[in-house]
Design a protein around this ligand. Sequence first.
Ligand code: GRF
Length: 203
Amino acid sequence: RRTAILISGRGSNMAALLAAATDPAYPAEIALVLSNRADAAGLARAVEAGIPTAVVASRGFGKDRAAFEAAMEAELAAHGVELIALAGFMRVLTEGFTRRWEGRMLNIHPSLLPAFPGLDTHARALAAGVRLHGCTVHLVTPGVDEGPIVAQAAVPVLATDAEEALARRVLAEEHRLYPTALAWLASGQLRLENGRAVLNTAP
Ligand code: GRF
């Protein structure tokens, strides 16, 4: 199914999704990489991979989130997008947008939700002294980082860890987890039912 990846920066999760989607058997086709920043490093990687890209500069819309999202919707429609994967997309989406894409939009978050929603997750995990940390793929609902959990991967927190080392360990898991979760959504194995993510992996 035709999928857009929304980014704001580096795009390493985007790259992991693009790599997975080069397999003809992969159920998601990456139809568009959309960035809200023209300077997102991930855009160049998408162009290199031959994927259509678009920039809808959120800055140009000031506080008018509805107008920003309408411009994004126009790009999504122009590329026949059916599913969205948020991958380091740093804008909060309105309730209207998330409702419209309910059950069709995933996000990856660098913590074991519901612990550490929001920013600076690795520093906060270190400060809290947790022994396990990780990443979560969830369906997107209006509450930020609150949607139904689809999949998680855990990593140990080591006594020697600084933020960068921990972030690197989590990121490696993100790159494994997200392609799997998107494949579930695109194949129809993953559905939103009564506010829960239901996974049917039976043949
Ligand atoms: C990742 O840690 C992701 O979990 C979070 O933002 C970061 C984006 O990194 N939402 P990248 O742009 O995918 O490299």
